[in-house]
Design a protein around this ligand. Structure first.
Ligand code: ADQ
Length: 467
């Protein structure tokens, strides 16, 4: 019998991983900010999470319970994965919503698959939601779900949160089935964005494309109010602070510095290997500073962690080649035997290893060309409770609105990036500490729990104080 919940989260991916232990194959909760934020609310309401469990069988695993949450898997076939996920989501919508920094690819058959998969998610959510329940849909892969769900279940309270930017009208208008996407989103009662500007883009688009009236951030959709608002996402600050203060993590940070040859200056980048993250331009800035003689090896070294990501999408394959070529060029020119200038790691790491890397870095470079928020920037600040370190941050990351005391730069201006990096490298300790403290103070009151509570309060969900 299907369990019916008063609170349902719908996201492309379930917050679980299948692992093999001595007792056979088991499900384990995967680490991640979203599940950390939503777990208390889900547990309180005996909530259900609807999403894909990984794997591409015709049948999804049977629903199961894990740590007080009902898990309701939705199947994706290999064909869905190629068209709905890698195609429409990651080769059309992702680049288009990120200022088209790579050219979006439009294909009819991807669109059809996106519709079909969104309908499947809406169907599953309709099945598990109790009468009058709250359903919170997440992100760009599922933009049609709000309207599809409302059609099936008009009794529900529906929220939607977009984790990536929402583009200006001129860009959004390139989308071939733009009105359908917009109507899909307007099926929600509340649509959350990372930035105020994104919410403004959205309400203006609703008027431009569908002629809908709005007042403030509330759009009138055939007499039904739909609110758009900014809810900047954050991290589990307390957890990152705890991890970074752990003596084992501190020891590992020291060891990392020693393994790097105890340089005076460790410059760090941590990103998914994605063309929006500005990895190449960061490497180029480092190379030019070495070439100008403003930095030198081995006093300064760079560590670039680039998590493998979307490896079957062509844009990502091309990017990998470009990044690896640049790393090779820098090391060829400026490295010595046993002393590379750039340590490049195309790998995934545990949370504690990441925390140790943050603690080991004198300067953190976060230079996306466009980013909804960027949690790495917030993680670095939270990890530096010792108030050491300096953050170079792109103005085009959502996080720049909050982390005002970072060394801000325009990633499209190579000289500006170089200048910001040099300022961070040379900042006096008292000044660096002052900046870090102010940013930490902000994050402590604006953690991921605060994000979830603000959104759900606005949506009118009772009892979210438990979150
Ligand atoms: P992402 O584009 O994935 O997220 P980001 O916000 O930086 O970008 O989050 C990445 C997460 O992955 C961080 O928590 C980071 O610690 C982790 N990570 C990165 N490299 C790793 C590695 N090698 N090993 C292990 N973990 C690694 C999207 C949007 C962002 C938005 C988030 C949340 O693009 O703008 O901030 O969603 O809404």
């Amino acid at each position: 019998m299907t369990v019916r919940s008063s609170f349902v989260v719908v996201a492309n991916r379930l917050p679980v991983d299948e692992v093999t232990t001595d007792e056979g194959r088991q499900w384990r909760r995967s680490p991640g900010g979203l599940v950390t934020a939503l777990h208390p609310v889900l547990a309180e309401h005996k909530g259900t999470w609807v999403g894909w469990a990984g794997g591409t069988g015709e049948e999804a695993p049977e629903p199961f319970d894990l740590e007080g949450i009902h898990i309701h898997p939705v199947p994706l076939t290999a064909n869905d994965l190629e068209r709905y996920y890698e195609g429409m989501s990651n080769a059309t919508i992702w680049p288009l919503y990120h200022d088209a920094v790579e050219t979006p690819v439009f294909k009819r058959r991807w669109r059809e698959s996106y519709r079909q998969v969104n309908a499947r998610f809406a169907e599953a959510a309709a099945e598990v939601a109790a009468e009058g329940a709250t359903v919170w849909i997440q992100d760009y892969q599922l933009q049609l779900v709000p309207a599809m769900l409302r059609e099936r279940r008009p009794d529900l309270k529906i929220g939607f949160f977009l984790h990536i930017p929402f583009p200006p009208i001129e860009l959004f208008m390139q989308m071939p089935f733009r009105a359908e996407i917009l109507r899909g989103l307007l099926g929600a009662d509340l649509i959350g964005f990372q930035q105020r500007l994104a919410a403004q883009n959205f309400v203006r688009l609703a008027r431009h494309l569908l002629g809908l009236r709005y007042e403030g951030q509330v759009i009138d959709v055939d007499g039904r109010p739909v609110k758009a608002g900014a809810f900047p996402i954050s991290i589990d600050v307390a957890e990152m602070e705890r991890m970074a203060a752990d003596p084992a993590v501190q020891a590992r940070a020291k060891q990392i510095r020693a393994e790097l040859g105890d340089p005076r200056m460790v410059i760090l980048g941590v990103d998914r290997l994605d063309y929006t993250k500005g990895i190449e331009l960061r490497l180029k800035a480092f190379r030019e500073l070495l070439s100008d003689g403003k930095l030198s090896v081995p006093e300064a070294v760079m560590v670039q962690v680039a998590t493998p990501s979307r490896e079957r999408v062509e844009h990502y394959q091309t990017l990998r080649v470009k990044v690896e070529r640049e790393v090779g060029r820098i090391n060829g020119e400026f490295g010595r035997v046993g002393v590379p200038a750039v340590h490049y790691l195309h790998q995934s790491y545990s949370r504690t290893e990441l925390a140790a890397l943050y603690c080991a870095a004198d300067v953190m470079m976060v230079t996306p060309l466009r980013d909804g928020m960027n949690l790495v920037a917030k993680e670095y600040v939270a990890a530096r409770a010792d108030t050491g370190g300096a953050l170079v941050l792109s103005e085009f990351a959502g996080a720049a609105t909050e982390l005002r005391q970072s060394f801000l730069c325009n990633p499209h201006d190579p000289d500006g990036v170089k200048e910001a990096l040099l300022r961070a490298v040379h900042v006096e300790h008292p000044e660096a500490r002052r900046r870090m403290r102010l940013m930490q103070r902000h994050l402590r009151t604006h953690d991921v729990g605060h994000w979830a509570r603000s959104f759900l309060n606005e949506l009118g969900v009772p009892d979210v104080e438990a979150a």
